[in-house]
Write a protein that binds this ligand. Structure first.
Ligand code: SF4
Length: 179
């Protein structure tokens, strides 16, 4: 079984990559995250995905356009922004998986307890029907802490905000309140 795993970032991918490899699943990654802001952060997360791929010895496909137009759409929407963000990334992953003959698709977004897990699973299942391609669902959150600990030991960058400009602003406000 050859699975295309959408990789939101390296630290969230550590546990899913390891657990799937242990199960004998052949994985390839797809880095497609136009939501990440600013461009320097985008590059940093990409570089750390490359680092993890080297360590774990698997291939990653990179779709690296920094899509300002889509980005603005996400910023413009408040309540729905995460839904739009998940849909944008998973839709492209399913398209890519279909085009390149993968047996299934999954995402490292399923690893983070900070994401809207059920929403991601629902979107994955919807696209699975639409593209006639299985969605590999597993609740990777069980290994999130272990994965982050290992990422730090491997000197992999662990970001402190989700990715978009609004999540960055929210994080800055939280830090201001802590001072
Ligand atoms: S908070 Fe995270 S999931 Fe939600 S829109 Fe921003 S980057 Fe995307």
């Amino acid at each position: 079984m050859k699975v295309l795993m959408h990789m939101c970032c390296a630290p969230c991918s550590v546990y899913p990559v390891q657990v799937m490899k242990e199960k004998g699943i052949e994985i390839e990654g797809l880095f497609f995250n136009p939501n990440i802001h600013p461009i320097e952060e985008f590059e940093k997360r990409k570089e750390n995905v490359e680092k993890l791929a080297d360590i774990e010895d698997f291939f990653v496909h990179y779709l690296t356009d920094f899509q300002e137009e889509k980005w603005q759409q996400i910023e413009a929407s408040d309540q729905q922004r995460c839904k739009m963000c998940y849909e944008m990334r998973l839709k492209r992953t399913f398209e890519y998986g279909k085009e390149h003959g993968f047996d299934a698709v999954t995402t490292s977004l399923l690893a983070s307890p900070y994401q809207k897990h059920e929403l991601i699973a629902n979107i994955g299942n919807e696209y699975s029907k639409l593209y006639d391609l299985p969605f590999y669902y597993e609740d990777f959150r069980v290994g999130y802490r272990e994965g982050i600990k290992e990422a730090k030991e491997l000197d992999i960058y662990c970001q402190r905000y989700c990715g978009c400009i609004l999540s960055l602003k929210e994080r800055i406000n939280e830090l201001k309140q802590e001072i």
